[in-house]
Design a protein around this ligand. Structure first.
Ligand SMILES: Cc1ncc(COP(=O)(O)O)c(C=O)c1O
Length: 392
């Protein structure tokens, strides 16, 4: 890799990082919260292993992939501060959320708390399962412009009752970029004897995690977002003590073995794409090589620069993403008063080559800019200038 020997965090370093991605020239990809490109090492592993299996799909040739899957599991466990026995490898956050939502025994009289800023794979899935099983569902709202962690924690604490069985929340909301005080929240949930499902789609691969310390019972994530891993790979963490209370999403061959091996029983999903699971391990290796701390710091610095730049453009620009860093995830959500967000997105893409996304909260659509390590400082400047042209 050209990156070796370069001074960490220098512009040369980040240029070399950018070269690990095959983004087309001229594109400013700022849609990391939705889908990231996989890095070249990841696609190389995927390509090589796909060819290997296509050349020889025998049991004999494929036997080696069992060990490689375990290695990927171990890498994920180390990355997340968990044990290998607590990690299941899924296809994405939606599937991981569903494994929890459909896997715990709930009945009429039980209550589930959800945050109204969760993704559909969380909230809509809970609605469907509550219709099926008859438990009640309570939505928790937090202030639109939170000023402190306490303001975010209090609505959850106030909403919990003795019948609350599980609280399901996004560590960072995809629609507002609000970061909940997840550790304190998990502490109060546990103190009430309930379980916690922490949806980490917007933190996995971006924010350094230690799930043991975070204290959640379940954590979910997609590798095709911030980790820049292969598409259709994800993670489900199930704390050891919570495993016996969770039914598996699927039971198929090898069940007897899987059922005695911790969280492996939650990824006993039949034939898998072995090369893809190994490529997921490659994504974690690259994450380790670059350093989780550095990745997070780089994204946060892009976000801070973007927010400050957009703030200086016009007072008509409003932000949904909180001002305070500790309350904010890795992206900016804004709106120019009087301008349609979807038209802004089209213009940004068609005229400036900037790919952003829409974020819908209530009846309002906002513009979401989610830069990553493949963006340069220049990309940020161009984006600020583009918004300036657009509103002037
Ligand atoms: C917070 C959150 N949860 C879950 C998902 C679903 O992710 P996936 O489509 O990869 O399953 C997303 C996607 O954006 C998300 O932001």
């Amino acid at each position: 890799m050209r990156i070796e020997g370069l001074e960490r965090n220098s512009e040369h370093y980040w240029t070399a990082v950018r070269e690990l991605f095959r983004l087309r020239p001229g594109l400013i990809a700022m849609n990391a919260a939705n889908l990231c490109p996989s890095s070249a090492p990841v696609t190389q592993t995927l390509f090589d292993r796909t060819n290997d299996i296509d050349a020889d799909p025998s049991h004999e040739n494929r036997a080696k992939y069992a060990e490689r899957k375990e290695y990927t599991r171990q890498l994920l466990a180390e990355m997340l501060g968990a044990s290998s026995d607590e990690i299941a490898i899924t296809r994405n956050t939606s599937e991981s959320n569903r494994a929890v939502i459909g896997g715990i025994d709930l009945k009429p009289g039980d209550e589930v708390l959800i945050w109204d800023q969760n993704h559909e794979s969380n909230n809509v899935a809970w609605e469907v399962w509550s219709q099926r099983l008859g438990f009640s569902l309570k939505r928790v709202s937090t202030p639109d412009t939170p000023q402190s962690r306490e303001q975010l924690l209090k609505p959850f604490v106030d909403a919990m009752t003795p019948t609350t069985r599980i609280v399901s929340f996004s560590q960072v909301s995809n629609v507002s970029s609000v970061a909940l005080p997840a550790k304190q929240l998990c502490e109060s949930i546990r103190a009430r004897g309930a379980l916690s499902l922490c949806d980490g789609a917007q933190t996995f691969g971006l924010e350094v995690q230690n799930l043991q310390d975070l204290g959640c019972d379940f954590y979910t994530g997609s590798a095709h977002k911030w980790l820049c891993g292969p598409r259709e790979t994800g993670v489900l963490y199930v704390r050891s003590e919570a495993q016996s209370g969770l039914w598996p999403p699927m039971v198929t061959h090898d069940w007897e073995k899987a059922s005695t091996q911790g969280a492996r029983k939650f990824d006993n999903l039949g034939q898998r794409d072995d090369g893809r699971l190994e490529a997921l391990g490659t994504a974690v290796q690259l994450y380790n090589f670059l350093g989780g701390d550095l990745i997070e710091a780089r994204v946060r610095s892009h976000v801070a620069k973007l927010m400050a730049g957009l703030q200086s453009v016009s007072r008509k620009i409003h932000f949904l993403s909180p001002e305070a860093t500790e309350l904010r995830g890795g992206f900016v959500i804004f709106l120019y008063k009087g301008r349609n967000a979807r038209e802004t997105l089209e213009t940004l893409y068609n005229e400036y080559g900037i790919s952003a996304a829409a974020a819908d909260l209530g009846d309002q659509t906002w513009v979401r800019l989610a830069p990553h390590i493949y963006n340069s400082g220049r990309d940020i400047d161009i984006t600020i200038k583009a918004v300036k042209h657009l509103v002037s």
